[in-house]
Write a protein that binds this ligand. Structure first.
Ligand code: M6R
Length: 617
């Protein structure tokens, strides 16, 4: 979590930093701050709350902020409450060193005690202030250059970081370093842009170097980049890549919120995820990462899917898909649990890690553990070049494009799309799916983008109506069965994240084992009740809710006439084979959450207490 940005060049730094921070706000928005450097000094501003508060504070000072070196930070609080004292940048005791940091320093307390004994004092409760003072202490004690003091300090700390350090008296040099948290460096003709995410500087340069764990760089104005290993100062060859993102992808355009834009992008993002992989009419599916490792998948005794949050829900859908189409047993695990329970893994085990950001700390740690134990790790990631994408043995990108709304939508459907493709390839190769079914599913999968588009058009007005009726309730239940049970979980997660209404998802038949006690005339219950599979069973579950006066909202197929009669509100979607249906059933649930949060006046893209990429445990 937290977003950091830095600039060193010949342009005015302030607009670059403040505009970059706005693009990084999805990573945390508890507080923000900037420092812009001039000869032998700097202007430092910090505030609790969002970047626009910071901008307001700065413009009310009516002071011109001038300087061509600058750093900025937007925070998701870990150590210490969200106030302006704990906001970054943090300054060392002598006022000489200034730092911004994303990550967590686990042994900060032990270091703080040593520093306190050596006369250091602390204003904030942060681990970051400890780090900047450790650098200062080692620099002075051992008469080191800044880069050497940073390097030696980093070898003393345990934890995760991406940092930018500047010395007040030498603002023409900045030191950056990374371990565990993302850091990219944009280079444009000896101008340097540093950030947690390159989208914050993409309008200046598309030439990017992704620092690897254990790397640091010394950036000097007008000079070539100097890349080093933190452990031994060994010089490294920088590998600069060209980014493919275009600016439109990271702008809201005509939409009020990124989440809505991203929901409406899904016909395109699913198509992009299928592009070049599902070839129609030949009905050939090819994913390079699977193709090159086909034997590993074909002979897998079991597959474990590991992820967090929405990606974990996609994993649950993957379990249904893989078991149904490949007959390989699948387990789905929360990354945070998996990594700490000493899982039994060996050489022939297959692990699939799923992550939109590719930076989720628990998923990354689970991946590393699985690799250490000799398993083959396949990644499904959205962010190109992310830590997870770089660490897996093989993988498939989801091609959903940058997802900025904190509530994941288009990444989810893209993850399911990859899981469907993967299941079809393995199933075909293991002969666990017959040719006719394979061809039929390929054809139907090819129709999904159009059907998502159609769904978005036909559900809009009914969802607005339903949202007007229920936006003020305190609780919601979401029920589904089979492959649509995880969709119910996802619907509930979307609602609670952005509207703060308590919502729970359950397998519909579990109701009578407890949750049905909650049902009364005030409880809206959303059912995913499409026609295939468990239809009759779910109709019975709907009747059970009606008998207890619950308000029933159903998602059904357009040609359904039975549930139509039973429900209070009906949301119709086109038909598709059940195994592909999550790609359609989740669309109205995303929109319902959005509309309810919108009516309640919530900040949809930046819900309280959350951040887009969870790079701490
Ligand atoms: O980037 P990841 O997919 O690894 O993120 C996992 C979760 O943090 C994420 O899905 C989270 O639950 C979202 N806020 C859900 O909308």
């Amino acid at each position: 979590m937290c977003g950091i940005i830095g600039y060193l060049g010949h342009k005015e730094a302030y607009p670059i930093i403040i505009n970059g921070l706005k693009k990084l706000e999805y990573r945390g928005y508890d507080s923000s701050g900037i420092a812009v450097f001039y000869k032998n000094g700097y202007n430092l501003y910090k505030t609790k709350g969002r970047v626009y508060e910071l901008e307001k504070k700065i413009s009310s000072c009516k002071k011109k902020i001038k300087g061509t070196t600058g750093i900025g930070h937007t925070r998701w609080a870990t150590h210490g409450i969200a106030d302006h004292i704990n906001a970054h940048p943090h300054v060392s005791n002598s006022n000489e060193l200034i730092i911004i940091h994303n990550g967590i320093i686990e042994n900060y307390y032990a270091i703080k005690i040593i520093l306190l004994k050596n006369g250091f004092t602390f204003k904030s409760q942060t681990d970051t202030e400890v780090l900047v003072n450790l650098i200062e202490y080692l620099k002075k004690e051992n008469k080191l250059s800044l880069e050497e003091a940073v390097r030696i300090s980093l070898n003393e700390i345990i934890g995760a970081y991406s940092i930018v350090v500047v010395e007040k008296s030498h603002p023409e040099t900045i030191i950056i370093a990374k371990l565990g948290s993302p850091l990219s460096l944009g280079i444009n003709n000896k101008e340097f842009f540093v950030a947690s995410d390159p989208i914050s500087f993409i309008n200046y340069t598309k030439s990017v170097l992704y620092l690897k764990d254990g790397e640091m760089a010394i950036l000097k104005k007008g000079k070539e980049l100097d890349l080093r290993k933190i452990i031994d100062n060994h010089r490294l060859n920088p590998i600069v890549k060209k980014l493919k993102i275009n600016l439109k992808e990271i702008e809201k355009g005509e939409y009020k919120y990124f989440m809505l834009k991203e929901i409406y992008e899904q016909p395109k993002t699913i198509l992009d995820t299928l592009r070049g992989r599902l070839l129609i009419p030949e009905k050939i599916i090819c994913i390079n990462g699977v193709e090159f490792n086909k034997d590993i998948f074909i002979h897998a005794k079991c597959i474990t899917i590991v992820a967090c949050g929405t990606s974990w829900h996609a994993g649950l859908i993957g379990e249904y898909l893989l078991e149904e189409l490949t007959r390989i047993p699948v387990e789905v695990e929360y990354a945070s649990e998996f990594r700490y329970r000493n899982p039994i893994l060996g050489k022939n085990d297959v692990i699939i890690v799923i992550s939109q950001s590719g930076e989720t700390a628990d998923t990354l740690a689970a991946l590393k553990l699985a690799k250490k134990k000799g398993a083959f790790v396949f990644g499904i990631c959205n962010v190109v070049g992310s830590s997870i994408a770089r660490n897996v043995d093989a993988g498939a990108y989801t091609h959903a494009g940058p997802e900025i709304g904190v509530a994941s939508t288009k990444a989810f459907t893209a993850q399911i799309t990859v899981l469907i493709l993967l299941s079809l390839i393995i199933g075909k190769n293991r002969s666990t799916i017959n040719n006719n079914r394979y061809k039929f599913l390929c054809k139907e999968l090819g129709l999904i983008p159009e059907k998502v588009d159609y769904t978005l058009k036909i559900v809009d007005s009914i969802i607005r109506k339903i949202s007007q009726i229920y936006y003020n309730v305190n609780n919601f239940l979401y029920l589904g069965r089979g492959i649509n049970f995880p969709v119910a979980l996802e619907g509930a997660l979307k609602l609670k994240e952005i509207s703060y209404i308590h919502a729970e998802g359950y397998p519909a038949a579990e109701m009578k084992h407890g949750p049905i006690a909650l049902v009364d005339e005030n409880m809206p219950v959303v059912f995913v009740a499409i026609k295939e599979g468990f239809y009759n069973k779910i109709v019975a579950n709907i009747q059970e809710i009606k008998a207890r006066k619950g308000k029933v909202i159903v998602i059904i197929n357009e040609d359904d006439t039975q549930v139509n009669m039973l429900a209070d509100h009906v949301i119709k979607i086109p038909s598709t084979p059940e195994i592909l249906s999550p790609l359609l059933t989740v669309i109205p649930l995303q929109l319902l959450a959005y509309q309810i949060a919108y009516i309640r006046g919530e900040n949809i893209d930046q819900p309280r207490n959350l951040a887009k990429s969870v790079t701490v445990e």
